[in-house]
Design a binder for this molecule. Structure first.
Ligand SMILES: NC(=O)c1ccc[n+]([C@@H]2O[C@H](COP(=O)([O-])OP(=O)(O)OC[C@H]3O[C@@H](n4cnc5c(N)ncnc54)[C@H](OP(=O)(O)O)[C@@H]3O)[C@@H](O)[C@H]2O)c1
Length: 270
């Protein structure tokens, strides 16, 4: 009997088509799937035959999103083609419920998280800063722990970031530091989880026309969004579908890990 230490990885190395069409039949948990980029990802995934589980806090918003995503797939699809779990995406019980509801989960996309801790540093309390860290970095760690123990070889985890990480603005110290930490977490986890054949990536979004963007001051009408977007090299803000498509690319391509890909219409080039 050989006593040699095995040098081959325990997990097989899955190779499948890197085209997004190969996501047909896969299951994705979309944390933040009831609006904006996460909802658009749900629609795209369902339209190519994937199963999706949407997670968001507001049950009404979630219910509307389920109808929207369901309508993107065939009418005769089984009930469990689109599922939803209401709750905070940073909460372990919510995530456990999402994984349990789904059964097998292949991919996790995190688009939850707004801007917590906005304000000049000297006006932020320790609690404000802690809230910023908990809401995005803490939630990312919780998701990663859950995903690492539940995803099968070939699975992927995709986080969200934003271009302000590399183009900081005053008053954004807390949310940007935390988003930057999520990018570092992405790269560190990619190395740590590679032996299990799990991939970890992030998308650094530019300004994407979603309810979040339109909640910002001065961006609450089509004209205002078009005018502000004209300063971007490609002449407009991105659509939620364009942003979501980058997440599908990262789920599908079995040879991409540890990457932060930027989808910003060229904004960080100027
Ligand atoms: N849009 C942009 O221009 C832009 C730019 C840079 C970065 N980003 C980042 O991209 C991601 C997606 O943005 P978006 O524009 O699609 O935002 P959005 O339209 O506001 O959608 C966010 C989604 O996340 C859910 N969510 C928020 N906090 C949550 C929590 N704690 N637990 C569970 N669900 C939660 C929201 O539903 P509930 O509120 O009901 O929970 C909603 O479904 C965010 O992380 C954002 O910071 C966006």
């Amino acid at each position: 009997m050989s006593t040699a230490t095995p040098t081959t990885p325990v997990s097989p190395i899955p190779v499948r088509s890197p085209l997004t069409s190969a996501l047909s039949g896969a299951t994705a948990v979309l944390i933040g799937g009831s609006s904006g980029i996460g909802l658009a990802a749900g629609v795209l995934l369902r339209s190519i035959g994937a199963r999706v589980v949407l997670v968001g806090r507001d049950p009404d918003r979630l219910e509307a999103a389920v109808s929207r995503v369901r309508s993107a797939g065939p009418a005769e699809a089984p009930e469990d083609a689109v599922l939803a779990v209401a709750g905070d995406g940073g909460d372990e019980r919510t995530l456990a419920a999402a994984f349990d509801t789904a059964g097998q989960v292949d991919h996790v996309l995190v688009t939850a998280g707004g801007l917590t801790g906005v304000g000049p540093l000297t006006e932020l309390s320790a609690d404000d800063i802690r809230a910023a860290v908990d809401s995005r970095l803490g939630a990312a760690f919780t998701t990663a722990r859950m995903a690492a123990s539940r995803l099968p070889a070939g699975g992927s985890l995709t986080f969200s970031s934003g271009i302000l990480v590399v183009r900081p603005a005053p008053g954004m110290t807390a949310p940007l530091s935390v988003a930057g930490a999520v990018e570092t977490l992405t790269r560190a986890l990619a190395v740590e989880l590679a032996p299990a054949r799990l991939r970890v990536n992030a998308v650094r979004f530019g300004r994407i026309d979603t309810p979040l963007l339109r909640s910002l001051p001065g961006l609450d009408s089509d004209d205002a969004v078009a005018a502000a977007g004209s300063a971007v090299p490609l002449g407009r803000f991105g659509t939620a579908e364009e942003a979501a498509a980058s997440a599908l690319f990262l789920m599908a391509n079995t040879y991409v890990t540890g990457q932060i890909i930027t989808v910003d219409g060229g904004e960080t080039l100027t």
